[in-house]
Design a protein around this ligand. Structure first.
Ligand code: ADP
Ligand code: MG
Length: 406
């Protein structure tokens, strides 16, 4: 539907103008809209935003427009093609993935010379070990070098074949694929049983291979274990480099550390160990676990040995904030349009969360807000200000230290 994106954007602007909650305004500000085929995809930076968008904003749009939106956080982003967020730079390398990473990098380095040491590269491994990330990083690197790159999941490729047959446009499809320098096929296991798709792929593959173009394939199992895939295709795969991606102990911990930093959580060995013990060898699961940790416990995760921390009543926090900023407690507990008071109120919520570790709903009750998303956004806003405005960061840290003292 042409103009769909604009219609939604316009509606969103209307809604934005009517919103009262600064927290929700921020959600809207941070959402990025994009049209994909006949859908509108809303990209939000994290789980909090997704929750708030679905709960508060989407119903308002729905009330006035008959559209379906797909709301995605970066971790569940369906990849339609190459996405710049997956690079070698942010891919942590360790024993379990070193060979695969090096093979892909060396292949790209040698593309121009037309002497790729291993071709195709067949990467297999369990879910969440980084197959898609690695394929995408390879594609992005090749793209930077000026090569023509195509990334497809085998499901998308199969759909393309089917519709090309229907529309009598197979020659165009073949032409398109035979002209790439790098072809990345993800989740090849889904080609199982699709004979026509396999045949088209086989022909494209042969053409690329003979012309020294790189083909990288990802799969959830080794070639021999692929079911209902033609033998000649499997033989081709085995003629290149077949390499397993695994998450070894040390790499897993390095990844956890990196993700804690990205999520703005404290990094220490106890926390890393705790997360490692409670997750499988699956980076997506690790990311989910850390997001949950952050949402549920805020920053009050207490490493081993500190569990019996003294409880601090929220009233103490309110008094401290009130006297520091010279505002009556009563004012902190009421909604306000005054920017300065509103900020102090948000700092109070942040500190109650950090120091007392109250659940979000309880903090909402205390501050007279009916839903906990507003509390989350107050906390987020303070976190952001702490990073961006050192004077505010110092004030907040000062108060926190004071409250936590004996
Ligand atoms: P797979 O395709 O094997 O199921 P993905 O490539 O989708 O796994 O990885 C899942 C998530 O974990 C992605 O967000 C990805 O960026 C991240 N990830 C996986 N491996 C690594 C790694 N070695 N370093 C950093 N992030 C990783
Ligand atoms: Mg994948």
């Amino acid at each position: 539907m042409p103009g769909l994106l604009n219609t939604v954007l316009e509606k969103l602007r209307d809604i934005y103008a009517r919103l009262e909650s600064p927290a929700l305004k921020e959600v809207v500000e941070r959402a990025e809209l994009e049209e994909y085929e006949d859908k509108v995809v809303v990209r939000v930076p994290d789980e909090y935003c997704k929750f708030a968008f679905l709960k508060e904003i989407y119903p308002l749009i729905k009330r006035e427009l008959d559209v379906s939106l797909i709301v995605l956080t970066p971790s569940e982003d369906v990849i339609f093609e190459l996405s710049p967020k997956y690079t070698f730079k942010n891919f942590i390398v360790g024993k379990g993935n070193l060979l695969a990473v090096r093979a892909c990098q060396v292949a790209v380095e040698n593309l121009r010379k037309k002497s790729i040491p291993y071709n195709p590269i067949f990467i297999y491994g369990r879910v969440g070990v980084g197959k898609t990330h690695l394929l995408q990083a390879t594609g992005n690197r090749a793209l930077e070098r000026g090569f023509k790159v195509v990334y497809r999941s085998s499901i998308d490729f199969a759909e393309e074949v089917v519709s090309a047959i229907k529309e009598n446009s197979l020659p165009y499809l073949r032409d398109f694929y035979k002209n790439v320098d790098v072809l990345l096929i993800d989740d090849i296991q889904f080609m199982a049983g699709k004979e026509r798709t396999q045949l088209e792929f086989f022909n494209i593959f042969n053409h690329l291979y003979q012309n020294n173009k790189l083909v990288v394939i990802a799969s959830d199992r080794p070639p021999k274990k692929l079911k209902d895939v033609m033998d000649r295709l499997i033989n081709r795969f085995e003629g290149g480099l077949v390499v397993e991606l695994k998450l070894d102990r040390i790499t897993k911990r390095a990844i956890i550390k990196e993700k804690l930093i990205i999520y703005g959580l404290p990094v220490d060995d106890d926390i890393i160990e705790y997360i490692a013990e409670n997750t499988g060898d699956n980076v997506r699961e690790i990311e989910g676990f850390i997001a949950k940790l952050k949402a549920e416990k805020g920053l009050i995760y207490t490493p081993k040995g500190e569990e019996k921390r003294r409880e601090i009543p929220p009233e103490r926090v309110l008094e401290e904030v009130s006297s520091y900023y010279g505002l009556p407690v009563k004012k902190l507990l009421q909604k306000t349009r005054n920017r300065k008071v509103s900020l102090v109120r948000q700092i109070a919520m942040y500190l109650v969360r950090q120091v007392c570790g109250l659940p979000l709903a309880k903090i909402g009750e205390l501050f007279g807000v009916s839903d906990h998303t507003s509390v989350l956004y107050a906390i987020r806003r303070v976190e952001k200000l702490k990073r961006e405005k050192p004077e505010i960061g110092e004030e907040v840290e000062f108060l926190k230290t004071k409250l936590l003292e004996v």
